[in-house]
Design a protein around this ligand. Structure first.
Ligand code: AP5
Ligand code: MG
Length: 210
């Protein structure tokens, strides 16, 4: 199954991608994670991407299309994948089509902007392995430490309230049009994302079976 998870910043794409991965045994491909790893490793692409990420803007389509082409050609994607946070513009979606990649379903995880701010300002990620938590909704067992690897939990730089506002604006302007794009192609499934993490997973898995 080739899936796309659409949704605003903080809608829960990464959290739910992890659940689907375990259930369907297919890899999650997050351009956000790939870009953050590049920034951390100081690669040329990372240096270019950093300024866009930190101001809550989108990284240029040409960079993203290159990343995704390379990643989807890897053998673990042969039996399906979940795209988390990509495509994010109509140009990226068209590029996927031009690559001959067929998409089975596009899940739009819907969460209101008011909820997003609380989710993102409370999010903590592991500085070592990238695992994601929330101070109230998904706390780690030991405060400030990652359950998986014991690494330090930190706030993402782009989760500052002012940057979250810019990311939401970018989402509404450039990414939301994809809802119509995939509706026209008969691929869109809408999942309400306001429930708890576990209840949302249940709704999502049901929507994928339908
Ligand atoms: P990216 O990393 O993709 O960020 P994003 O889309 O802004 O989304 P987030 O990762 O912030 O949120 P999420 O939906 O994954 O939510 P999560 O599950 O963590 O991209 C970052 C940047 O990279 C972009 O701004 C851009 O610059 C660049 N970029 C990436 N891809 C690009 C592309 N294709 N084109 C151009 N530029 C690109 O959940 C959030 C929090 O809420 C967590 O703390 C979680 O525990 C909690 N939570 C989750 N679900 C629930 C729930 N149901 N109830 C309560 N709490 C919940
Ligand atoms: Mg994410």
């Amino acid at each position: 199954m080739n899936l796309i998870l659409l949704g605003a910043p903080g809608a829960g794409k990464g959290t739910q991608a992890e659940v689907i991965c375990d259930k369907l045994h297919i890899p999650a491909v997050s351009t956000g994670n790939i870009l953050r790893a590049a920034v951390k490793n100081g690669t040329e692409m990372g240096l270019k991407a950093k300024e866009f990420i930190e101001k809550g803007a989108l990284v240029p389509d040409s960079v993203i299309i290159g990343i995704i082409k390379e990643r989807l050609a890897e053998p673990d994607c042969a039996n399906g994948f979940i795209l988390d946070g990509v495509p994010r513009t109509v140009a990226q979606a068209e590029a996927l089509e031009q690559m001959g990649i067929t998409i089975d379903k596009v899940v739009d995880l819907e969460v209101a902007d008011e909820t997003i701010m609380h989710r993102l300002t409370g999010r903590r990620v592991c500085a070592a392995c990238g695992a994601s938590y929330h101070v109230e909704n998904k706390p780690s067992r030991v405060e400030g430490k990652c359950d998986r690897c014991g690494g330090d939990l930190v706030a993402r730089k782009d989760d500052q309230p002012e940057t979250v506002k810019d990311r939401l604006k970018t989402y509404h302007e450039l990414t939301e049009p994809l809802i119509e794009f995939y509706k026209e192609r008969g691929k869109l499934v809408v999942v309400e994302g306001h429930e708890s993490i576990a209840d949302t997973s249940e709704l999502l898995l049901k929507a994928l079976e339908a």
